[in-house]
Design a protein. Structure first.
Length: 81
């Protein structure tokens, strides 16, 4: 898979989260980032980076999605560690 395909896949994750409202922190984070001056696209890319981080952690640690960890990472945006 190339980088564009991976980016597109994680953007789709964000779109799905926004459409379903699950987790609700995704929409709250999008709204907060946009209120802070980020464009919708920029905000979604930041959220997608957090989704990718959580997915990588799930795979490397062999565990299920950790909503609390995900919410904590979203709350730290726009800072990415």
């Amino acid at each position: 898979m190339n980088d564009k395909t991976v980016r597109d896949a994680f953007m789709e994750v964000v779109v799905n989260q926004l459409e379903t409202g699950d987790p609700p922190e995704t929409k709250a984070t999008l709204d907060r980032l946009m209120a802070d001056g980020n464009s919708r696209g920029e905000a979604m890319q930041l959220i997608a980076a957090v989704a990718r981080n959580e997915m990588q952690a799930m795979m490397s640690e062999g565990r299920a999605f950790d909503n609390a960890r995900y919410a904590k990472l979203l709350a730290r945006l726009p800072k990415l560690d």
